[in-house]
Ligand binder design. Structure first.
Ligand code: NAD
Length: 499
């Protein structure tokens, strides 16, 4: 049976009225399991109007009372983790165990956001001038929107919504149309946790819904996560409409393997970070950079064996290392990149192009591929593939290895594997990338630090979660006050100074 999904507006499941729908698939079978309505301008505007109305009261709730809603939400999600993880896996294709991680990483930020009252405290200067005190307030912005990608349907909506709500804003979520069921369920749980209706609205849709959010003057700020061309477009369009924006894009994350690295550890790291979630993570490692021919030969020999032995299967089979890709388009894109790598002259050490899972011939399963002798001039090196394909680029020495991620247009994450503290320290300071791991392949920062890439991986100057999220979702107001007993002068025609 094909489920009919809705929007979630004013605290209610709201059927779509535009007449346009998108198909949601089970990537394991290639079958359509649900239809998601695609909002038009009028439906999106109705959600914005409702959020603007709801925000007025919510913004006046005291911060601790708002935080209590988040605490109740944490408990409710905890109570249905298993069913959420199954639902997530059935639309995305990541394994159920990995879906649990997607939910947990989102909840980490909800926990952080429950402590936001502490970060909302303003600053105060006593006696900044004669009889004059100065204080600053952090005020909510109003209505803010989040546009999120398919690859973390629980984590990224929660990274955006929880800090925004804790800061007193109303939030409009436009989740990916490819796996919208978990975001919709999370919105229902927020309502159950005591969030007033309208403070969190979910509008499903594509470009028309996003364009409306970008253009409507009642939306004050937009957070985006997705591919780089759309991130760049949303950042520029939001700025042209006078809105605050933070837009996170694609990635090509390198992992440097120094000759002194623990090779077993490095191989494990590359297998997990390169092929976990079928490579559909913005922090996946897609380029391995062994330093020196000896390291490279040893690394490739071990990777070859491990990649060929990866278990690809249904996302709900606990024996699977990874499941299918999200869509047939994604599968065709990944296969065509492997074809391109061969044409460009890279050495295809493991070829995953012909993989099919018996009994699931219509599923979106991509086999695991491994390239050696990839060069920086190749498109398979320059572009994001977003699939289970790892490229090995051999570097002659440390300086060449450092230059590769630093000169790459993307700058999301990077890792170095070494036992040498001097090398690690030099690398972390000089590499031109937003998030760095030392013997940690996926350095996603914990919730109370901030997450964000550099260069073509991130547009805007504030990152996600951590203290930056409070800066992004609030406006600072600075108040200078003097009480009558402090007034000693008559009219003054010069710019006030503090004496
Ligand atoms: P996507 O860019 O196709 O879609 C992201 C969102 O934008 C979706 O909600 C989609 O509906 C919307 N969208 C798509 N086309 C649009 C258009 N023309 N105008 C307005 N909105 C549009 O990305 P995706 O395929 O869902 O996600 C994968 C991408 O996200 C990868 O590039 C990955 O690296 C990136 N990503 C980045 C991070 C990060 O933090 N940097 C995190 C996760 C994913």
């Amino acid at each position: 049976m094909v489920r009919e999904l809705t929007h979630f507006i004013a605290g209610k499941q709201t059927p779509g009225t535009s007449g346009a729908f998108g198909d949601v698939y089970d990537p394991n079978t290639g079958e359509v399991t649900a239809r998601v309505p695609l909002a038009d301008r009028a439906e999106t505007e109705a959600a914005i109007a409702d959020a603007a109305e709801a925000q007025r009261a919510w913004g006046e709730w005291n911060p601790q009372r708002r935080a209590r809603v988040l605490l109740r939400f944490l408990q409710l999600v905890d109570g249905e983790r298993d069913s959420l993880a199954r639902l997530l896996s059935s639309e995305h294709g990541k394994t159920i165990e990995d879906a649990h991680g997607d939910i947990q990483r989102g909840l980490d930020v909800v926990e952080f956001a429950a402590g936001i009252p502490h970060l909302l405290k303003g600053e105060f200067t006593d006696a900044a001038g004669t009889g004059i005190d100065v204080h600053s307030l952090r005020r909510p912005i109003g209505v803010v929107a989040g546009i999120t990608p398919f690859n973390f349907p629980a984590m990224i909506p929660l990274w955006k919504a929880a800090p925004a709500l804790a800061c007193g804003n109303a939030f409009i979520l436009k989740p990916s149309e490819r796996d919208p069921s978990v975001p919709l369920r999370l919105a229902e749980l927020f309502l159950e946790a005591g969030l007033p209706a309208g403070v969190l609205n979910v509008v499903n849709g594509g470009k028309e819904a996003v364009d409306t959010l970008l253009e409507d003057p009642r939306v004050e700020a937009l957070g985006f996560v997705g591919s780089t061309p759309i991130a760049a477009h949303i950042y520029a369009t939001a700025a042209a409409h006078g809105k605050r924006a933070q837009c996170f894009g694609g990635a090509k994350n390198h992992m440097i393997v120094m000759p002194d690295a623990d090779l077993d550890q490095a191989v494990d790291a590359l297998i997990g970070a390169g092929y976990g979630s079928a490579g559909e993570r913005c922090m996946a490692i897609s380029v391995a950079v062994p330093v020196g021919e000896e390291t490279a030969d040893a690394l490739v020999a071990r990777l070859k064996e491990r990649v060929a032995a990866l278990r690809i299967g249904r996302s709900d089979d606990p024996a699977s290392d990874f499941g299918p890709l999200v869509s047939r388009d994604a599968l065709e894109r990944v296969r065509s990149y492997v074809d391109l790598g061969v044409e460009e002259g890279a050495e295809l050490v493991v070829d995953g192009r012909d993989f099919t899972l018996p009994g699931h011939e219509d599923g979106f399963f991509a086999g695991a591929s491994l390239f050696d002798r990839v060069t920086p001039a190749m498109r398979i090196y320059q572009e994001e593939i977003f699939g289970p394909v790892l490229s090995v680029v051999r570097a002659a020495d440390y300086e060449e290895a450092l230059r590769l991620p630093s000169e790459h247009p993307y700058g999301n994450g990077v890792a170095i594997f070494t036992r040498d503290g001097d090398t690690a320290r030099d690398f972390t300071r000089r590499v031109d990338t937003g998030m760095v791991g030392v013997n940690v392949p996926i350095p996603v920062p914990v919730a109370y630090h901030t997450f964000g890439g550099w260069k073509r991986s991130g547009f805007g100057d504030l990152n996600q979660h951590g203290p930056d999220s409070v800066r992004f979702y609030t406006r600072t107001k600075t108040v200078t006050s003097r009480w009558p007993s402090g007034v000693k002068e008559g009219a003054s025609f010069t710019i006030p100074t503090m004496g």
